[in-house]
Ligand binder design. Structure first.
Ligand SMILES: [Zn+2]
Ligand SMILES: [Zn+2]
Length: 222
């Protein structure tokens, strides 16, 4: 089905709502990167992951968090444009399929949990909506109740890494054993990775064997 392109309003938006030229212009994360945290590297582990390895084992991002994708993600999040969940999921799946990286089978998908209070404010969990699409496309089970966000944290935006880490400590609680499971955690944006790292720590404490971060966009340091 042809839709209007959400970025340039041409009538060739295809079924994802993005025309071919706008798609080509998106900030694809195609540079050589660290397989563990998706920051730019020579393709091997970056200095940060070597000196202080995060609790997650891999990070897969399709875009860098730059124009115009940043605006598109914000539009999705704050204007509840839920059609975009399918667009982001499809773009993520197609892009990751095209990469030749070997990936291990994932047993379970867990979307980044949102605190109940935040959920009431926003009306939906942006990570859950994308995760539902990826779960059904890959036929991998999704468990949104496995893990809960028990700490209401103010927006992490504008905080320094150390403040983000302090802020997020103890934020998650896991309700079921996850012994030997390979888990993919889905989130919209990976900024410092502090939330994903804390969640991965909690999942591993519950027995997870491996945790991958599947994110739409990665913020790169300026
Ligand atoms: Zn367009
Ligand atoms: Zn790294």
């Amino acid at each position: 089905m042809q839709q209007t392109c959400i970025l340039c309003t041409s009538h060739h938006g295809g079924d994802l709502g993005l025309c071919a030229p706008c798609l080509a212009d998106l900030p694809w994360h195609s540079a050589a990167q660290c397989p563990q945290c998706a920051l730019i590297s020579n393709g091997g582990l970056c200095g940060g992951c070597l000196s202080a390895p995060p609790h997650f084992d891999a990070a897969k991002a399709t875009f860098t968090y730059n124009y115009p994708l940043d605006g598109l993600l914000q539009h999705y999040k704050y204007n509840a444009n839920l059609n975009l969940a399918r667009t982001f999921a499809s773009l993520w799946i197609d892009y990751q399929h095209g990469l030749s990286t070997t990936s291990r089978p994932i047993d379970l998908i867990i979307p980044m949990p949102m605190h109940e209070k935040r959920l009431t404010e926003r009306g939906f969990n942006q990570a859950l909506e994308i995760a539902k699409q990826i779960s059904s496309a890959f036929s991998i089970p999704l468990d949104y109740t496995a893990c809960q966000r028990i700490k209401y944290t103010p927006s992490q935006a504008g905080l320094k890494l150390k403040e983000r880490i302090d802020n997020i400590r103890g934020a998650f609680l896991c309700h079921r054993p996850l012994h030997n499971l390979n888990i993919a955690v889905i989130d919209d944006v990976m900024t410092t990775g502090a939330s994903l790292n804390e969640l991965a720590k909690t999942l591993k404490q519950a027995g997870a064997a491996r945790v991958e971060c599947w994110v739409m966009a990665r913020t790169l340091p300026k």
